[in-house]
Write a protein that binds this ligand. Structure first.
Ligand code: DGL
Length: 269
């Protein structure tokens, strides 16, 4: 019996979009949710500094939680560090999250696809390589947004968001060229699925919004098949915030997803 948890990692609350899908597919193991809120947002970080932070953080997280598997539910972290994490911790199982450029290129009818992501993900060589490998037969526009992830955090914690601000952030995704229009927008940041209804509402025309949360949860499920059978733990699902004690809005939100903030879990029965 394997009582080790599945660890979900993001800079903030974005990874909860993956947890939501994982709850349906991958049950029977405790979950640990780690938000690197002390460093949020990741989008503007320099690559070398973020890479160093992530490798250091995972050394601590692996020693502390001994996860059966770590799901890097963050495109900005994954596109930068997944190879390095696998190299640094060869005994660990990692699931990565990368922009869904391949399915978008396969599905587009107009040939115009946009990838909406943090500035970090847009800059990554990893993302450019994905476009070179899969997007050769269509036009892929990369749109880096500094504000959407913080807007999603605000929406999830406070329950409201400025729709004009959302409209302004997504506007560059919509391209018209030779009578054709963008027909697919890839949500290449795990925060964005939480804002997708606002995006739909404020979009200049309807498009398919590609959300990879379910695919990531399915990948985790497939890898879990190689692990010993879960059970024997009976532990609570806990949320770890790198800032220490999380703000009230965070606690309520995480509780809604079944997590107790770590200080409460430690105090509890
Ligand atoms: N949720 C993260 C992602 O998938 C990034 C948000 C941020 O830290 O800016 O890219």
């Amino acid at each position: 019996m394997d009582a080790r948890p599945v660890l979900f990692f993001d800079s903030g609350i974005g990874g909860l979009s993956v947890v939501k899908e994982a709850r349906v597919l991958l049950s029977g193991r405790p979950y640990v949710y780690v938000a690197d809120d002390a460093a949020f947002p990741y989008g503007a970080w320099q690559e070398a500094a973020l890479l160093e932070r992530l490798v250091g953080l995972f050394a601590t997280l692996i020693a502390r939680y001994r996860p059966a598997m770590s799901v890097i539910a963050c495109n900005t972290a994954s596109t930068l560090a997944i190879a390095r994490l696998r190299e640094a911790f060869p005994g660990e199982t990692f699931v990565g999250t990368v922009p869904a450029i391949k399915p978008a290129a396969e599905r587009t009818r107009s040939g115009l696809v946009s990838v909406l992501a943090t500035p970090g993900t847009v800059r990554r060589q990893y993302t450019r390589d994905l476009i070179a490998a899969h997007g050769a037969r269509c036009h892929v526009r990369l749109v880096g947004s500094e504000n959407l992830a913080p807007l999603a955090e605000q929406y999830m914690r406070a329950g409201f968001v400025d729709e004009d601000a959302v409209a302004a952030e997504i506007a560059p995704c919509f391209v018209e060229r030779d009578g054709r229009r963008t027909d697919i927008v890839v949500l290449a940041c795990t925060h964005y699925p939480f804002l997708v209804n606002r995006m739909r509402k404020t979009a200049p025309w309807p498009v398919d919004w590609i959300d990879t949360s379910e695919a990531i949860a399915r990948r985790a499920l497939a890898l879990a098949a190689a692990l010993p059978a879960p059970g024997g733990g009976g532990g609570r699902d806990i949320a770890h915030f790198t800032s220490g004690r999380p703000a009230e809005g965070y606690r309520r939100l995480l509780a809604g997803f079944g997590f107790a903030a770590e200080d409460e879990a430690a105090d509890g029965p």
